[in-house]
Ligand binder design. Structure first.
Ligand code: PGA
Length: 251
């Protein structure tokens, strides 16, 4: 039985005051316990505020990116041990926006996964095809290539310590959600691919869906057999919406 996980990805949104308000809404709404694991991934500069407000609540928190290095002359980067220092549990690696705007290769993403794991973080590995790739029928080969790079770098057992998020790029922030069949099909494909390396890792690993998931469509998506939670962008910026998705995952 895989415990559902709902993780918010705030991306580069919010202000210190706005985030304080969002956090108090989240804390008030969630109480101490949910059946689902719940988390928010904040802009790095606000993580200390997040830690102060969420410590002792049901929420965990995390970063949105991590350096492959542990320290040194890497201006602007944030190391895994630094995220741990502020109580981060998770970190997103290989988000499509990092792949697209920062030219992150499959190999670099795999190194980030390894660095996150070595620092004691749980990496949330994002995989997903662009619209062009889907239209060319390349969805499975793209997702397999992205996943295989991490298995090759880290080994299947370490991959099993993380979380996977399938995020079709064309569904991110567009209001255009993958259909239940489209999402389930790719999730099952990813699980099958993992099973080729290790069946028990495949059975235990949580595969989240991300891409315009919201309070209206969450329950149906989460009812799919291979969808184990969500990575939520836009709908994580309003406490009521995010709590509604958390509640759908806890049912
Ligand atoms: P979205 O973003 O929910 O706004 O589509 C999801 C994500 O990019 O993680």
């Amino acid at each position: 039985m895989r415990q559902p996980l709902v993780a918010g990805n705030w991306k580069m949104n919010g202000s210190r005051a706005g985030i304080a308000e969002l956090l108090s809404g989240l804390k008030a709404g969630i109480g101490q316990v949910t059946a689902a694991e719940v988390a928010v991934c904040a802009p790095a500069i606000y993580i200390s505020d997040v830690q102060q407000q969420l410590e002792g609540s049901a929420f965990k928190w995390g970063g949105q990116d991590v350096s492959v290095h542990t320290s040194g002359a890497y201006t602007g980067e944030i190391a895994g041990p630094m995220l741990r220092d502020f109580g981060c549990h998770f970190v997103i690696v290989g988000h499509s926006e990092r792949r697209a705007y920062h030219a992150e290769s499959d190999e670099l993403v795999a190194q980030k996964f390894a660095a996150a794991w070595a620092a004691g973080l749980v990496p949330i590995l994002c995989l997903g095809e662009t619209l062009d790739e889907r239209e060319q029928g390349a969805t499975e080969s793209v997702v397999a290539r992205q996943l295989d790079a991490v298995i090759a770098q880290c080994g299947i057992d370490t991959v099993g310590e993380g979380v996977i998020a399938y995020e079709p790029v064309w569904a991110i922030g567009t209001g255009r959600t993958a259909s239940l069949d489209q999402a389930q099909q790719v999730h099952a494909f990813i699980r099958g691919r993992l099973a080729q390396s290790n069946q028990s890792v495949a059975d235990g690993l949580r595969i989240l869906y991300g891409g315009s998931m919201n309070p209206k469509n969450a329950a149906d998506l989460l009812a799919q057999p291979d969808i184990d939670g969500g990575l939520i962008g836009g709908a994580s910026l309003k406490s009521d919406d995010f709590l509604a998705v958390c509640a759908a995952a806890s049912d």
